[in-house]
Ligand binder design. Structure first.
Ligand code: PMP
Ligand code: GLU
Length: 399
């Protein structure tokens, strides 16, 4: 009997980033010395005191279900954490803990959207947003931005994309994949557009602690009372505490939305992993020195990767201000050949680079940045230098 798959799932493009991670792992198993600039995760191990809290949680028997929205003590701790890091006040009941920011974003979209509702996505953007919007029954509407604009939309661009069906906008600063950190002007444009057209704002601030060069992160909900009331802020443990595998994210926003997300989550997954929640509790309540130390390491790598990439002919670098990604434009290299093979797209470039130079990079196309590559510099500086040396040798072979 032919198996018929639902239209929602038939139309999902599987995550390119996760596919590449798996491909790299496979090649390494074969003994190949692949350097991955594809992984969107810190290379640091989870700090010891956080791991210790998880061990203790197991020993103490914290191995049962919790409330679906998360441990009350973790929601209280997050309320305090958000107050101290962003100056924003949320009651524990206005916060939900979920299985990674990824699940929380999907939950928020499911709680917000009616079928056919449009969601504005300034691009380049994280490749999961459009898929998630579709999975929640919505329609992604792209708002392209350019390097010249610092990858930040202005008010007229946002206004031009609004229709009577527009329901929400998703923003992400510091940004994956561009490394842009949005300035006040861009944030105000979003707040203004949302107010004028009664839109909801989903502000993905998962890279909030990684801002370089003396810049600062502007939390969307801090802009005004109106922005606060129409924003759900998303963050999580993955990037701040090097805890990608633990799968703990959270959202803070208006209580009716958080309650709706909880109702959904209570049937979809139930509570996020109990042991990981205890680890997250330790992460946000202990000294934040580990966060500062990791951010400093990323900042120095950010400088290093830009200097290294300047030596590679034919590429232009979009100077990153935060997160741990740098986007490079390789358009000048498309149309050239590598050992007889024509390279027409960033996807083909990335494939050949992995195959022949053993460096993995994510093509820009799934992030709506065709002609570009996204390089993650979440690896140590020695390996980073070796990766760029391999990229340079690869590029020098192109004719
Ligand atoms: N948002 C952005 C922009 C990301 O890059 C990621 C990384 N996967 C996430 C959300 C989700 O993070 P996690 O599910 O690991 O909390
Ligand atoms: N957000 C990371 C990335 O963009 C992790 C992988 C994923 O979840 O997509 O690479």
């Amino acid at each position: 009997m032919p198996l018929s798959i639902s239209s929602i799932c038939r139309n999902i493009t599987p995550s390119t980033t996760l596919r590449l991670n798996a491909l790299v792992a496979e090649k390494r198993k074969q003994g190949l010395d692949v350097i991955s600039l594809a992984a969107g995760e810190p290379d640091f191990d989870t700090p010891e005191h956080i791991k210790q809290a998880a061990r203790e949680a197991i020993d103490k028997g914290y191995t049962k279900y919790t409330a679906s929205s998360g441990l009350p003590e973790l929601r209280r701790a997050l309320s305090e954490h958000i107050r101290s890091t962003k100056g924003l006040s949320y009651q524990p009941g206005e916060i939900i803990v979920g299985t990674g920011a990824k699940q929380v974003i999907l939950g928020a979209l499911i709680a917000l959207l009616e079928p056919g509702d449009e969601v504005l996505l300034p691009t380049p953007c994280w490749l999961s947003y459009p898929e998630m919007v579709r999975m929640a029954g919505g329609v992604p509407v792209l708002v392209p931005t350019t390097l010249e604009q610092g990858f930040m939309p202005d008010l007229s661009q946002l206004e031009a994309a609004v229709t009577p069906r527009t329901r929400a906008i998703v923003i992400n600063t510091p940004n994956n994949p561009t490394g842009a950190v949005w300035d006040m002007r861009a944030m105000e444009a979003v707040a203004q557009c949302a107010k004028d057209h009664d839109l909801f704002i989903l502000s993905d601030e998962i890279y909030e602690m990684l801002v370089f060069g003396g810049g600062s992160h502007i939390p969307m909900a801090s802009l005004s009372e109106d922005a606060y009331a129409r924003t759900v802020t998303i963050s999580g443990m993955s990037k701040t505490y090097a805890m990608t595998g633990w799968r703990i994210g959270y959202a803070a926003g208006p209580k009716p939305l958080i309650d709706a997300m909880d109702a959904y989550q209570s049937h979809a997954t139930g509570n996020p992993n109990t042991i990981a929640q205890h680890a997250a509790l330790a992460a946000v309540t202990a000294s934040q020195q580990c966060v500062a130390d990791m951010a400093q390491a990323f900042e120095s790598r950010c400088q290093a990767v830009q200097e290294l990439l300047r030596q590679v002919p034919g590429i232009t670098v979009a100077p990153p201000l935060g997160a741990f990604y740098v986007m490079v434009n390789i358009e000048a290299l498309l149309g050239k050949r590598f050992r007889g093979q024509m390279i027409e797209t960033d996807g083909q470039f990335a494939e050949l680079l992995l195959e022949h130079a053993l460096v993995s990079a994510v093509p820009g196309e799934p992030f709506f940045a065709p002609g570009c590559l996204r390089l993650s510099y979440a690896i140590n500086e020695k390996r980073l230098a070796e990766a760029v040396r391999r990229i340079k040798a690869f590029v020098e072979e192109l004719i």
